[in-house]
Design a protein around this ligand. Sequence first.
Ligand SMILES: Cc1cc2nc3c(=O)[nH]c(=O)nc-3n(C[C@H](O)[C@H](O)[C@H](O)COP(=O)(O)O)c2cc1C
Length: 165
Amino acid sequence: MAISSLNPVMFRRVAGAFTTGVTVITVERAPGLVHGMTANSFTSVSLEPLLVLVCVDHEARLLSLLKSQRRFGVSILREGQQALSEYFAKPEQTPEEDARLGIRYTWTSGGVPLLDNTLAQLTCNVVAEHPGGDHTVFIGEVESMESHDGEPLLFHRGQYRRLAP
Ligand SMILES: Cc1cc2nc3c(=O)[nH]c(=O)nc-3n(C[C@H](O)[C@H](O)[C@H](O)COP(=O)(O)O)c2cc1C
């Protein structure tokens, strides 16, 4: 067993061994406009009540939007949606670029945007936030959810992967 020093590079390598799916967290940033952030820290937390969590970097623009809007969408990406993951991990998001990538949103009656044609979606209401070093952990109570057939996009050791057939 390798014993390694405690540093962020090693931590990324170790934490990256834990394979996850990939989500895009969405909020309304201005009337009718969406801000999305790629996140793989999404986790289910509780069944009663239905709770999830997502960890948001203090440098992320999503942080202040989540604090003010208090509601967010979670869209779980499908196999083949790597370009969406990359797009929502970049600073520049515009309606023109959304259109170029064929990104479409469905808005819930509560004003939460969700990405169309993703594997599963939830809308959540922020019920708690906890400091976690350079991130804030947001706890969301699920307000609506749906799931569709298909395969997930996976993330493992910094690379996109797919389920083996
Ligand atoms: C696969 C993947 C997973 C990510 N997961 C998270 C995450 O859980 N939390 C986070 O704050 N940033 C995460 N990021 C980084 C953000 O998507 C990226 O820094 C983003 O540009 C910052 O958000 P902003 O657009 O709101 O500023 C992830 C990036 C990738 C590619």
